[in-house]
Design a protein around this ligand. Structure first.
Ligand SMILES: [Zn+2]
Length: 504
């Protein structure tokens, strides 16, 4: 959204190649552009496409689709990432990423992140499966190969944790290689990341390769410094899971002797090229640190509720000048993958009880989904609003359902989109000047063929790993109570509440 001209009636946008060349009244542009194809009608609204600023494509575990657990993050991580079913099924990862890109396109997303968990396998850490899907899909992506090296079971030393298990269970867990994967050494990661960057970054002007340290509890300070330096050398961005759960918050004082954000600021890690995915458990001091360092926050409203993580302090962060973007966090934590519905939830979560409660204006919510996302992904001035010179990442919304049966003519369109919009209202999607969906039909790949092949690949994967998977999941269930005990011993009831919904 362009804050100076939020809504224009009878408008048109002239697109030449990848970019917008003019924005004006329809009649004026029609003269200028004789012979140009006309897309859209007076029954539709044109908007900048949405930027899904935190998302995992095919490679994250823990979903209904993959058979993982559905519970609080720390339990989900143990179960979901222990799955071996999809390892070695590169075609499945490709198809799944492609299908998910289609789902996102259908809900009006023109640019996504993909925080991609591959394997410790040169040359590309198996990221080529996801990247090839983005090449095919037409989607703009900040692709983020994940760097992680420790904390497979808990936020702490795996060996110390395993030593607390009955000996037989610990050796079975070790033998089966349970726990969150992959762990990739700094040396292998840096080498592979450079290759991924060299071979995929800049593809058709719509693929960026970012860096993704999984979280401060999963990567050493040295590794984080190396990643920061690499980002500087390559002029690229970094995304990191940050303060997602109360245990991630407690990890700071318990293990680092200071809050996680203080620690990251102290090692020179934070900055405008860094975005903190989730950012739920921030103290006022953490908010100051984000604001001071120019670090973006990515809010994932559905995932934060689904995984019992909590409510992110979005309104206080925005009030402090922090750039807050919005992400779906993928199908694993958000099965409908409907970006517009997620924006609505983001808006409503800030409507705290009380007569003075104001919530967030709809225009600001849409900005979080567009311009703020662009800024978090270092695409400020390139995508996220509709101005001449910017990339043509545009969506057309059908107004019929949103305004049915009637809506008072005085209600602004941005309120209608935020309160009534759904992914199904997106009719046409243009990315980088290319029409990738027209009249709700994806044009860049055959969705029904992908679905069919995905079902065949999934059945093959399930069948061939059934026995081994069962053994692993049984062991996961035995280990899980120890994980719960571990974190329960950290719990502190003295944490002050930021949001209060009712009393008892
Ligand atoms: Zn995530």
């Amino acid at each position: 959204m362009d804050p100076s001209r939020p809504v224009i009636e009878d408008a048109a946008v002239l697109v030449e190649g990848e970019r917008i060349s003019a924005v004006d009244q329809f009649d004026a542009l029609r003269h200028l552009s004789d012979g140009a194809e006309i897309i859209g009608s007076t029954e539709q609204w044109l908007m900048p496409g949405f930027v899904n600023a935190h998302h995992h494509g095919a490679a994250a575990g823990g979903s209904f689709r993959k058979g993982g657990a559905d519970g609080p993050l720390e339990r989900q991580l143990l179960a979901g990432h222990s799955s071996i079913t999809y390892k070695g099924f590169g075609r499945f990862a490709y198809l799944n990423t492609l299908w998910l890109a289609g789902e996102l396109i259908r809900s009006g997303v023109t640019c996504t992140t993909d925080f991609y968990y591959g394997a410790e396998e040169p040359p590309y850490l198996t990221c080529e499966n996801g990247l090839q899907a983005y090449q095919q899909s037409g989607m703009r992506v900040a692709f983020i190969p994940v760097a992680r090296e420790c904390g497979s079971y808990v936020h702490g030393d795996d060996e110390v944790f395993l030593a607390g298990l009955p000996t037989e269970l610990a050796s079975r867990a070790r033998e089966l290689g349970l726990g969150r994967q992959p762990n990739v050494s700094q040396e292998v990661f840096v080498d592979c990341w450079k290759r991924i960057h060299d071979d995929f970054n800049g593809y058709e002007g719509r693929i960026q390769v970012f860096l993704g340290p999984d979280g401060p509890q999963w990567v050493s300070a040295d590794y984080l410094r190396a990643i920061k330096n690499l980002a500087g050398a390559y002029g690229t961005g970094i995304q990191i899971h940050l303060l997602e759960t109360r245990y991630e918050m407690l990890y700071g004082p318990r293990v680092l002797g200071q809050s996680v954000s203080e620690f990251l600021e102290g090692i020179g890690f934070l900055g405008p090229e860094v975005s903190g995915a989730h950012s739920v458990w921030l103290t006022d001091r953490d908010i100051e640190i984000y604001a001071r360092t120019g670090t973006s926050a990515v809010h994932n409203p559905v995932s934060n509720l689904r995984l019992s993580s909590g409510i992110s302090p979005v309104a206080p962060m925005l009030a402090s000048g922090i750039n807050v973007a919005v992400g779906t966090d993928s199908f694993g934590m958000n099965d409908d993958n409907d970006y517009i519905c997620d924006l609505r939830l983001a808006a409503y979560l800030q409507r705290t009880p009380g007569i003075a409660s104001t919530g967030l204006p709809s225009a600001q919510v849409l900005e979080m989904g567009t311009v703020n996302g662009a800024k978090a992904l270092l695409l400020e001035g390139e995508v996220g609003s509709i101005r001449p010179g910017m990339k043509a990442d545009l969506i057309l919304l059908d107004t019929e359902r949103m305004t049915s049966p009637v809506v008072h003519p005085g209600i602004p369109p941005e309120d209608i989109v935020v309160h009534r919009g759904m992914g199904q209202d997106v009719n046409t999607v243009i990315i980088n000047g290319q029409v990738v969906m027209a009249d709700r039909e994806i044009l860049t790949f055959d969705e029904s063929k992908v679905k069919e092949e995905l079902r065949i690949e999934a059945a093959r994967a399930w069948e061939s790993t059934k026995q081994a998977e069962q053994e692993r999941q049984d062991t996961v269930r035995e280990v899980e109570p120890y994980v719960v005990d571990y974190f329960e011993s950290w719990d502190s009831s003295s944490l002050p509440a930021r949001y209060q919904y009712n009393t008892r």
